[in-house]
Design a protein around this ligand. Sequence first.
Ligand SMILES: [Zn+2]
Length: 221
Amino acid sequence: MTDRELRSAIIQACLEMNRNGLNQGTSGNISARLEAGLLITPSGLPYEALQPEDIVFLDMQGRPEGRWKPSSEWRFHRDILHARPEAGAVVHVHSPYATALAILGRGIPAIHYMIAAAGGPTIRCAPYATFGSEALSQYALEALEGRSACLLANHGMIAVGADLAKALWLAGEVETLARQYHACLQVGEPVILSDAEIARVVEKFRSYGPKAQDTAPPTSG
Ligand SMILES: [Zn+2]
């Protein structure tokens, strides 16, 4: 993808996450790796009005280029892309169910095999820290250890992917898991799958074959 195509893809992803209810207003933000830095949504501009040139380029030191300020959460986007060379994109949203669990300080256990899409048997909830802070970024990196998604206490969630489509898809899966877990908690104690079973599913997802890297991720069900 060229610089401009990637900027347009970020805008499309923003519009999509608002359409599908993952996000509302401009509370969420998206970044994608570009050369020796990243492209990230600007702070506070409505997605509907975004033009490719409004997307902000940041180098890995966090220095912005362009006329707008980067998202206030630029720090964890930069830190995740810096720490995870395999990651190409980061999606952050305050989606209702994931955020509700994060407000309860609960991560998501292995209530469904699809949790393997996030890399392991749990989706952790990072401790609370003020938005945009270095502490929040540190907590997020720790919660993401060996995983590609985490919740942020009293805040929202982060999903990481090899590219924009995969990160956005994973954010949707995390929200679905959060919704299922929330529904279970209304009734009783959910049955949790074993670590061994989730390890098996992680492996199965991986072995969809070399094509899996270039095609859409598996759908639930
Ligand atoms: Zn946020």
